[in-house]
Write a protein of this length. Structure first.
Ligand SMILES: Nc1ncnc2c1ncn2[C@@H]1O[C@H](COP(=O)(O)OP(=O)(O)OP(=O)(O)O)[C@@H](O)[C@H]1O
Ligand SMILES: [Mg+2]
Length: 369
């Protein structure tokens, strides 16, 4: 198929990779450590409300990067989560990420819609790790640039990855209406929660989703995503180090990392291992920041916002504050979003605030902004 035809077939709005249905959708984030489910509605005051939430832990190694390794285990977790969520909704928006996806801001010469599509196809081809006709691609023109051209954000994913996630979720009797990029879902929540503070033209923010197998590092500038990088370090890197060094299994290592000796104290030897991994994490982040500074000559940030379960690593926000030389805060969806108190208990709030952001963003995808 001619790459141009692929672009011709897609809608121009970023994120509308596929069909957006009229009804709300259940946002499903299949992460390495757990599958999270969220249902969100838009209230008459313009604020979002989290109506339902569920999370089901996944056993070790069910997915590696964007490849499903143990489909039956994922199916089981999906079925359990759908039951716990107890929603009458049968439509889903699922998120994907990993090496066979791409989200990127491009500077193009601009021109007629046909010329722009040609430029998008040509440029995207150079960044995609797979042939363009094996992927789905969407883009949106976000602004004009100083040289008289345009800035465009592209999103792309390999069809086989989309299909494998989609068919697994559909085996659990849901209809997948939207497939989105996880990073784009996180940005949705970031924009809804932070509002005007981050959207101003001269503001530059760092947004990070620190998960289990990877970290999404994003720079958000002047109200749009300006830079994205997937760093292959996350909470799992620490867990695996604990497994190796302490001779324990995955579950025991997770528990040592999160609960320590059982009374909430993390033993010193575990803290040493955590710090070892953090050292290489910070090196990676430092290189990424240097790359940004070198290519834009912009050295300062207006703030940094964290999400993801590994943002709970003791001392991490403070250490990042020092590294980025800007204030670091946790993205708290509850600061602007209401929630249904009969479905969501107080003790789920913390879990949702850290680990549920991507699922919430996916659930927001069919709602007007
Ligand atoms: N209190 C805690 N202290 C340290 N790490 C924690 C804590 N709670 C959770 N984590 C870690 O957070 C990670 C899970 O976070 P999250 O749910 O955001 O990841 P995920 O979405 O499953 O992974 P990914 O996005 O990389 O596929 C795990 O590595 C877990 O060990
Ligand atoms: Mg995640």
């Amino acid at each position: 198929m001619d790459p141009k035809d692929i672009v011709d077939n897609i809608k121009e709005k970023f994120g509308d990779m596929f069909y957006v249905g009229p009804k709300g959708v259940i946002g499903i984030d299949i992460g390495l450590s757990a599958i999270k489910f969220a249902e969100v509605s838009l209230q008459s005051d313009g604020n979002y409300k989290i109506n339902r939430y569920a999370s089901v832990d996944l056993p070790e190694g069910t997915i590696i990067e964007d490849e499903i390794q143990k489909e039956d285990e994922i199916l089981q977790a999906l079925q359990q989560g759908i039951k716990e969520l107890n929603s009458p909704n049968k439509f889903a928006c699922i998120g994907i990420s990993g090496p066979n996806t791409l989200i990127k801001k491009l500077q193009l010469a601009g021109g007629t819609p046909e010329e722009i599509e040609d430029q998008v196809t040509w440029e995207t081809e150079q960044y995609l790790p797979f042939p363009i006709d094996e992927g789905n691609l969407s883009f949106s023109v976000v602004s004009e640039n100083q040289g008289g051209g345009i800035n465009v954000i592209i999103g792309a994913a390999k069809k086989t990855v989309i299909d494998s996630f989609k068919s697994t979720v559909e085996r659990a009797n849901l209809k997948v209406k939207i497939v989105d990029l996880n990073a784009s879902a996180t940005i949705n929540v970031f924009e809804a929660v932070m509002g005007d503070e981050v959207k101003q033209k001269d503001k530059t923010w760092i947004l990070m989703d620190i998960g289990a197998q990877k970290t999404h590092f994003m720079i958000y500038k002047g109200g749009v995503l300006a830079f994205f990088k997937e760093v292959n370090i996350g909470g799992l890197t620490i867990t695996e180090e604990i497994q190796r060094q302490m001779g324990v299994n995955y579950k025991e290592a997770e528990s040592l990392k999160i609960s320590g000796d059982g009374s909430g104290n993390i033993p010193e030897e575990i803290m040493d291992l955590i710090n070892q991994v953090l050292d290489s994490f910070f090196n990676e982040l430092k290189k990424t920041i240097d790359f940004w500074v070198n290519s834009t000559s912009e050295e300062s940030f207006d703030g940094c916002v964290l999400t993801g379960g590994s943002a709970l690593i003791p001392g991490l926000p403070e250490a990042l504050q020092e590294l980025f030389e800007t204030e670091v805060q946790i993205l708290n969806p509850f600061s602007t979003m209401a929630y249904n108190q009969s479905n969501i208990s107080e003790d789920m709030i913390n879990e949702i605030a850290f680990k549920g952001v991507c699922a919430i963003g996916l659930a927001m995808r069919s709602l007007p902004k």
